[in-house]
Design a protein around this ligand. Structure first.
Ligand code: PEP
Ligand code: MN
Length: 370
């Protein structure tokens, strides 16, 4: 898949307080009262680590009876908080009117929420309202793990002339999220970065975790995976928050988490890089062997498929599959490989093997010797 983004190095324009510290966006899930907005902002500003203060004004709620945010009424509070603390202001926009009101109120950064990203019509309308806008715009991943939809939304915003573009990784809703509110599925933001190395990707550990106790761990993992920043929800009285009470942190807890973050470099000394290059050469060689082995396996599969076809035997023999899985899992375990990983790998290889044999059935006979 190719990705077609034309962005400025907008990351520089973030101008974080400490250039060695990752970009931090923090603030309450929702703006609730003037006092809450201003007190929380003052406490967050005093940490000296946060660049953008986030607060949701228009809240997309699953059910119509939830708190839907205060809307434009809270915009002047954000302006006040900015004047008081120097923090830049960030809000979520879901409709063109939100964009217009926010720009008029001097908001410094806009983001598109997960529910909106999933709807190309909405994203297109927002893109049109953003035509030529010079402030950073971040696009959260859609609720479900669809990388194309995420990229599509980024492309729509970019095509409207927004060059200060970034992505927010906030996890994905799947049928089994384990301990998370939204499964991180790190492979998706990593793939997004691989496709577009210049695009900053900021992780939102709050919406991934869904609970305070997990935020630190997810935040650290994001930095270990070279993500470019963090968006973390923080509220002066989290337990009384009108939205996402379980995952919001007091500014004091946020401070602890930020101070404990282990910052790693993406590149090391020359010596380190040469050791790395050597190990990578070995890994490249092993990968090449792996692929050759897979290719040999698939050749054998084709052979066995032909014999089954000639003898009118079903492609699948369930007992053979059962035995094969048991023996391979046992070998994998003996070799110290993770069983869940080996199971997934075997299932994938088996699926491909079935496909190879199925293709034989649909191929035209070749000189009658099939
Ligand atoms: C939010 O940031 O408060 C929010 C609604 O997030 P998401 O769009 O990721 O669910
Ligand atoms: Mn929230």
């Amino acid at each position: 898949m190719s990705i077609n983004l034309d962005t400025d190095s907008f990351y520089d324009s973030f101008n974080p307080i400490d250039p060695n510290f990752p970009l931090i966006i923090a603030g309450p899930c929702s703006a609730e009262t003037r006092h809450q907005v201003i007190s929380t902002a003052s406490q967050i500003a005093s940490l000296n680590k946060v660049t953008y203060y986030r607060a949701g004004l228009w809240k997309p709620r699953t059910r119509p009876d939830g708190f839907e945010g205060l809307g434009e009424k809270a915009l002047p509070w954000l302006a006040e908080a900015k004047a008081l603390t120097g923090l830049k202001m960030a809000v979520e926009v879901a409709m063109p009117s939100h964009v217009e009101l926010s720009l008029k109120a001097g908001i410094d950064l806009l983001w598109i929420g997960a529910r909106t990203t999933a709807n190309p019509f909405s994203v297109q309308e927002i893109a049109e309202a953003l035509q030529g806008v010079d402030i950073p715009v971040l696009v959260k991943n859609p609720l479900h793990p669809d990388l194309k939809l995420w990229i599509g939304a980024l492309e729509r915003i970019n095509k409207a002339g927004v060059r200060k573009l970034g992505a927010v990784h906030r996890g994905f809703y799947t049928y089994d999220n384990g301990p998370f509110r939204n499964l991180p599925m790190w492979e998706l933001p990593i793939e997004l970065k691989r496709l577009n190395p210049d695009l900053p990707v900021i992780t939102d550990p709050s919406h991934i975790s869904g609970k305070r106790s997990l935020v630190a761990e997810v935040a650290q993992k994001a930095l270990d995976l070279a993500m470019d920043g963090l968006m973390i929800e923080s509220h002066f009285h989290p337990n009384h928050a009108k939205t996402d009470a379980n995952q919001q942190l007091t500014p004091a807890s946020l401070s602890k988490i930020l101070n404990k973050l282990n910052l790693r470099q993406e590149f090391g000394t020359e010596d380190f890089e040469s050791i790395l290059t050597e190990i990578r050469r070995e890994i490249d060689h092993i990968d090449s062997e792996l692929l050759q082995i897979l290719s040999r396996r698939m050749e054998k599969i084709e052979g066995i498929g032909r014999i089954k076809m000639e003898n009118n035997i079903t492609i699948l023999q369930i007992e053979r599959l059962r035995q094969m899985m048991i023996s391979r899992l046992k070998t994998g375990k003996e070799l110290g490989l993770d069983s869940a990983f080996i199971l997934k790998l075997l299932q994938l290889v088996h699926k491909e093997s079935i496909q190879v044999q199925t293709k034989l059935l649909t191929k035209k006979p070749n000189n009658g010797d099939l």
